[in-house]
Write a protein that binds this ligand. Structure first.
Ligand SMILES: [Zn+2]
Length: 278
């Protein structure tokens, strides 16, 4: 399973959420819930960019976003991309407990399946907030609800949900296939170069060095982007400048790097990876 099915393939994933769906100390996204809508326009732009370059991708859609803007799911599925679940609300999983998590999961799966016409078999936790150590029950729930894979165990340092000791490569947790966001050590610190703040902040040559280090080992890297990672028009959050830099800094650079990578590498969805790995 961990072997790369084709040379130089990369898995591309997006978390489909609004620009204000983040978790920062002292911040709750209800503080900016009446804020400008960016997700509808950004998903249209992302889908047309991927089509232009013939790239595949998995979109982990937040249930709240699908409920409010069903056209977002129809745009993704109508263009032939994979729809997966990013839970229903963008809240940390551990405090929800097993029952709360299962409720949100099933609700999001049903809604996304109705809107997309696809079987929804993949999950990514908001803020990468599950791990086999902290929430073993979350993986049991995913399996029992018919999910085939998860992409939530973040093998690097993060505000929330970081597991620097977790495996960096695609592996199994029970019967689920786990697709960790790709990470590497930079000066002894585990960094998830393949998405989010790291993708915006790091120079392209470091990101490419990370991608190539996976390919050299016969592994497939997993990129994890959010619309705001490539949206130079993301508004600020009501937080200090450091949190805002982490939240939206260098998005113009993020977009430019993303287009460079689209030109150079073959991107596929997680579903395509599973199909060709059989
Ligand atoms: Zn998210």
């Amino acid at each position: 399973m961990s072997r790369q099915p084709r040379k130089n393939f990369c898995i591309l994933t997006f978390d489909v959420e609004e620009w204000y769906h983040g978790a920062y100390p002292g911040y709750d996204y209800s503080m900016v819930a009446d804020a400008p809508v960016r997700v509808v326009e950004m998903v249209e732009r992302i889908v047309s960019l991927l089509r232009e370059f013939g790239a595949g991708a998995t979109f982990f859609v937040l249930g709240e976003v699908a409920e409010k803007y069903p056209q977002v799911v129809r745009t993704i599925a109508g263009a032939g991309f994979e729809v997966a679940s990013h839970s229903y609300t963008h809240t940390l999983i551990p405090p929800q407990g097993r029952e709360g998590f299962a409720g949100q999961l099933v609700r999001s799966k049903r809604l996304l399946e109705d809107l997309s016409g696809q079987d929804v078999v993949g999950f990514r936790a908001p803020n990468f907030s599950i791990s086999p150590q902290k929430t073993p029950w979350a993986f049991e729930v995913l399996e029992s609800e018919g999910f085939l894979y998860d992409s939530s165990v973040f093998p690097a340092v993060a505000y929330y949900g970081g597991n620097p000791g977790a495996p960096r490569f695609i592996h199994k947790i029970g019967n689920l296939v786990e697709f960790p966001p790709s990470a590497m050590s930079i000066f002894g610190v585990k960094v998830a170069f393949s998405g989010g703040f790291y993708f915006r902040a790091l120079p392209l040559w470091i990101i490419e060095a990370g991608i190539k280090s996976y390919h050299r080992r016969g592994e497939t890297p997993v990129l994890y982007l959010h619309p705001k990672d490539i949206d130079p028009h993301t508004p600020p959050l009501p937080l200090g400048w450091i949190a805002n830099f982490v939240h939206r800094g260098r998005a113009k650079s993020g977009l430019a790097k993303f287009v460079r990578l689209l030109k150079k590498y073959r991107f596929i969805s997680i579903r395509e990876f599973l199909d060709i790995s059989r």
